[in-house]
Design a protein around this ligand. Structure first.
Ligand code: 0WK
Ligand code: BGC
Ligand code: BGC
Length: 965
């Protein structure tokens, strides 16, 4: 039985075969929710649009006339365009598979669809307002459009955008990229010349309808041209920069390109707030594509775990891996071979408006050459590519005017039209068209299934914004699409919202958001600029520190006290014995038993806390607390009653009069115990010991933690002649030539100098670098005006500097939507350890957000990124300033010794230096930059400075021993 219809009932396919495709047999057929295919209904739907002519003899019961002269050829031709329900399901399933593979970032096998994140993280909340210029390139083929869009924000009435379309000459679409962008810049100014816009800065949103890798709202690299474009020198380049350069070259207007979006995104964002929100954007114009709001955590390339991000599917390239093989007709292959990009965009070439006319032409030419149409005659026009356009197909398909139009059009193509030709041509149009709509439906169904998966929703209610001339010119396209989608995803309640102005408004919305973010970024960069120190500034700090060192050593007025420590040598390894050591002034107070033997140093220690009320109470209370800890330690170590030599690491500025005499000059780091400043700390300790019965302790030495650290590392590496602490506080010491130390007699040999560099700049010499945030932290500290250098570098203050910057940025509306939270106004709530955590490379932005949310900060992903940048700016400045200080010290030692090149090691300790992921490398890099003639090795002290204090004590005991014999 040779009948003619496009549909299976009458197709050559035996009924039995079709029935066999039951769901369980071919699991591929099962859709989410496991609905059995109800295709026979689907497959029996005829091409929509043609008037049904019931009861005409010889017509199929579906009311389609059999063209009397139709032959196997026509049937075979049109049969090729038939897509069965099963095939649509397979496309849906395969496309869904490719989408999820690409989302997961799985590189190979390369996924057929690209799934490109667009950096649009939220759908418009209607507050956007302002005037924006929109440039649309690529959506509608050989034309670009410029729009002036005014957004009125919430409650404002909708202003009709003004727009102008410019035809792009073919040589511009295929020529050098610069020519294309210059053409665009020219159109822009021609459009603006007609508007009263004056010369004020304009903000432009660039709708660029091609596959791009976006790395920001205003940074987008073209992957490959599609549709009718193939300009040179653009693929692999940032198209925003190319447009900015062209606008600059044109120079007529000061236009800032603040956002670039794909046309599907503009379509989705342009959805009327009342009817939407639309979370899918679907474009079928010259090309086709869709975007949708995916859960950010599912997009592997983004390190996000919260919120949604708009993803451009770029389904045009589906099938480029050959998966569509059996479905592609000879006409599809012919069209592809002749196209500008053979082998690419295969799916688009079955759906996009740029190709539908061409497919119809190829079929008509084929049927004419087979003698089935136009009396077997072709015409030059029928044989020339592109002679049948999308709008021609739309007209020919029009159920009312179609037949007459078909006639007229075919005559225009120089064809002699036979009686049955008109109908056959309409069948061809319908076949090509229906396939396009159904394939598009299968693709959209894949997106809807993906949304069900990613939102774990069985029933999905969703609004899809549609845009593009295929929708506008072919109303039947939407109805076929709608019907097919309903059958492919019966559990999805989909509403289709035509975009009002082709997405221009949507692009303006994104531009408004981008403009707001760009303004925020500008404010952020403005705020952080003072923290970016250049080489000149760092070299100036180095020089100022050097000058202050020399003045301090001479006993002249200087913010650097350069305190002699009476440590004249680093250990030589001959030290022996058991020693007690105390380590006060850092994060923890420790009591240590240090056993120095020929085999090395064995340390047992116990950490005790110094409650704030003790650190800020009376001196007596503080030292009694210290002795309590010592006694507790001795008991635990079975040392009670033993009077071991004791070395006291006391990490505060002390003028030492001898190894066991240190007058506290002033407290730092949150300590303020009374009746201590100006006192000999060793005396205060001995008095406290005296107040405690039955405790005997022999306090031999008091050392600064920098000295203890230098000694501790010097025990392993004799070249270690500098001690550096970057912890709660910061400071450095180094071995100075005794001849340079005015306060200590003698011209030969060395003495370790405790620089107390924390106070550097207390004379205002750091004024140029001081920011308002430093001033706020200083004013709120218990020692305002003091320890300026320390307050720009050390752990006790960096968190506070960050907190003050965050408060400032929140007040500018840049962060946390401008909402000041109580928590953020709480002192010390932003711990310096957060900087180390937030800046650790292994920590994804999501963890940054987790830390900040624990602080009760309502933040967006942009906020998290900005907080990260604030932390980086503050810690980088701290490390660079510290590096400038170290460079001053090692250069001093090198010049002291008149060396061309100095090799020296530096013993380092302190939580910030040890735990911050980048601090130590930034310090080392700055030293290399500023002291290139010094080869500096940084040795992280393992045992802290307690060991160093014990070694100083051991040296003192050895020297005392030798003095006695
Ligand atoms: C550990 C040392 C101690 C020093 C401290 C500084 O043993 O003497 O005061 O490092 O680092 P912080 O604990 O202040 O981070
Ligand atoms: C492009 C897409 C675009 C679509 C619709 C395709 O050729 O690759 O980026 O969204 O056309 O214009
Ligand atoms: C103190 C120094 C100490 C440094 C590191 C500063 O506040 O003044 O004596 O070395 O902190 O702990």
């Amino acid at each position: 039985m040779l009948g003619f219809s496009i549909f299976p009932e009458v197709s050559g396919m035996p009924h039995t075969e079709r029935e066999e495709l039951t769901p369980k047999e071919n699991n591929q057929l099962l859709l989410p929710g496991g609905h059995p295919p109800m295709w026979n209904h689907m497959d029996s739907i005829g091409p929509i649009g043609l008037p049904h002519r019931e009861g005409v003899p010889g017509c199929s019961q579906e009311g389609l006339p059999y063209p009397s002269n139709s032959s196997e050829l026509v049937l075979e031709c049109l049969q090729q365009f038939k897509v069965t329900g099963t095939q649509l399901q397979q496309i849906q399933a395969r496309l869904l598979g490719s989408m999820e593979q690409a989302l997961g970032g799985q590189a190979s096998p390369a996924s057929a669809v690209r799934m490109l994140p667009t950096y649009v993280g939220s759908i418009p909340h209607g507050t956007e307002q302002g005037d924006f210029v929109v440039l649309e390139l690529g959506a509608t083929g050989a034309s670009l459009r410029v729009l002036w869009v005014t957004l009125m924000g919430t409650g404002g009435h909708r202003m009709e955008p003004r727009s102008q379309e410019f035809v792009i000459p073919p040589e511009v679409m295929l020529g050098p990229g610069q020519q294309l962008f210059d053409f665009a810049a020219h159109c822009l100014s021609e459009f603006l010349d007609a508007l009263p816009v004056g010369k004020q800065g304009l903000q432009l949103g660039f709708s660029f309808s091609f596959p791009c890798h976006q790395t920001g709202l205003d940074r987008s690299t073209l992957i490959s041209w599609t549709k009718g474009f193939r300009c040179s020198g653009v693929e692999g380049h940032d198209v925003v920069q190319l447009l900015r350069d062209a606008i600059k070259r044109h120079g007529a207007y000061n236009i800032d390109v603040v956002a670039v979006v794909n046309d599907t995104v503009g379509t989705m964002m342009g959805c009327e707030p009342g009817v939407g929100p639309c979370e899918v954007g679907l474009v079928v114009d010259t090309g086709t594509n869709a975007c949708y709001m995916e859960e950010a955590r599912h997009v592997a390339v983004l390190d996000e775990d919260r919120g949604r991000v708009c993803v451009s599917v770029e389904w045009g390239s589906f099938g480029d891996d050959g998966v569509l093989g059996p479905m592609l007709t000879t006409f599809d292959h012919a069209l592809d071979r002749e196209s500008l990009n053979p082998g690419a965009q295969r799916f688009e070439k079955m759906i996009g408006g740029l190709y539908l006319g061409e497919l119809v032409r190829l079929v008509l030419a084929h049927l004419a050459q087979q003698g089935v149409l136009f009396g077997g005659c072709t015409s030059p026009a029928l044989l020339s590519r592109g002679s049948i356009l999308l709008e021609h197909v739309a007209e020919m398909e029009d159920p009312w005017a179609g037949a007459a139009r078909v006639h007229a059009l075919l005559q225009d193509l120089g064809l002699n039209v036979g009686a049955s030709d008109v109908e056959l041509v309409q069948y061809v149009c319908a076949a090509v068209f229906t396939r396009a709509a159904r394939l598009c439906a299968a693709a959209l169904a894949a997106v809807l299934s993906r949304l069900q998966h990613s939102r774990e929703q069985q029933i999905l209610q969703i609004a899809v914004a549609t845009g593009g001339r295929v929708f506008e010119q072919h109303p039947s396209f939407l109805s076929i699409l709608q019907e097919t989608v309903m059958l492919l995803t019966p559990e999805c309640d989909v509403s289709f919202i035509p975009s009002v102005d082709g997405g221009g408004r949507g692009v303006a919305m994104v531009t408004a958001v981008a403009a707001r973010l760009a303004a925020h970024r500008h404010l952020l960069e403005e705020t952080l600029a003072p923290f970016q120190l250049n080489r000149e500034q760092l070299a100036a700090v180095q020089a100022q520190m050097r000058e202050a060192m020399v003045k301090g050593l001479r006993g002249e007025a200087s913010s650097l006290r350069m305190l002699p420590t009476y440590v004249r040598a680093t250990p030589d390894g001959s030290e022996r014995g058991d020693f007690l050591a105390l380590d006060l002034g850092g994060t923890n107070f420790r009591v240590l038993l240090v056993r120095v033997t020929a085999e090395g140093v064995k340390i047992t220690n116990q950490i005790y806390s110094i409650p704030e009320n003790v650190a800020q109470g009376s001196g007596q209370q503080l030292f009694d607390h210290i002795v309590d800890c010592i006694v507790d330690f001795q008991q635990k170590q079975g040392l009670s009653g033993q009077s071991l030599p004791l070395g006291f690491t006391f990490s505060f500025p002390c003028r030492q009069l001898g190894l066991d005499q240190g007058i506290l000059l002033n407290w730092t780091k949150g300590f303020s115990a009374s009746d201590c400043e100006g006192q000999d700390i060793v005396c205060l300790l001995r008095e406290a010991i005296g107040r405690r019965q039955a405790v005997e302790l022999n306090v031999v030495a008091i050392v600064n933690d920098t000295v203890g650290t230098m000694m501790s590392c010097g025990y392993e590496d004799p070249r270690c002649e500098v001690g550096l602490i970057v912890g709660t506080g910061t400071n450095a010491c180094y071995m100075e030539e005794l001849r340079n130390v005015a306060a200590v007699a003698g011209d030969s040999g060395h003495m370790c100098i405790n620089m107390e560099w924390g106070a550097f700049g207390d004379d205002g010499s750091l004024g140029l670098l001081r920011t308002c945030f430093d001033a706020s932290v200083d004013q709120a500290s218990i020692n305002p005006g003091k320890q300026s250098f320390e307050k720009m570098i050390s752990g006790m203050y960096l968190g506070e500097i960050v907190r003050h910057i965050l408060l400032h940025l929140t007040s500018l509306g840049v962060l946390f939507r401008g909402q000041q939270t109580q928590r953020l106004q709480t002192r010390d709530i932003f711990k310096t350890k957060f900087l180390s955590e937030i800046e650790s490379d292994s920590l994804a932005l999501r963890q940054v957000r987790a830390i900040l949310e624990d602080l009760g900060l309502p933040l967006t992903s942009d906020d998290a990124l900005m907080v990260l940048e604030v932390c980086q700016a503050v810690s980088q400045r701290a490390a660079q300033l510290c590096g400038a200080g170290v460079a001053a010290v090692v250069e001093k030692i090198r010049e002291n010794r008149g060396l061309e090149e100095l090799t020296v090691s530096i013993g380092v300790d302190g939580t910030l230096y040890k735990l911050h992921p980048h601090f130590s490398s930034l310090v080392a890099a700055t030293v290399r930059e500023l002291a290139p003639r010094c080869v500096v090795t940084f040795l992280q002290s393992e045992d802290g400075s307690g060991k160093g204090a014990a070694l100083v004590t051991a040296v003192a005991c050895r020297l005392a021993q030798m003095a006695r014999v």
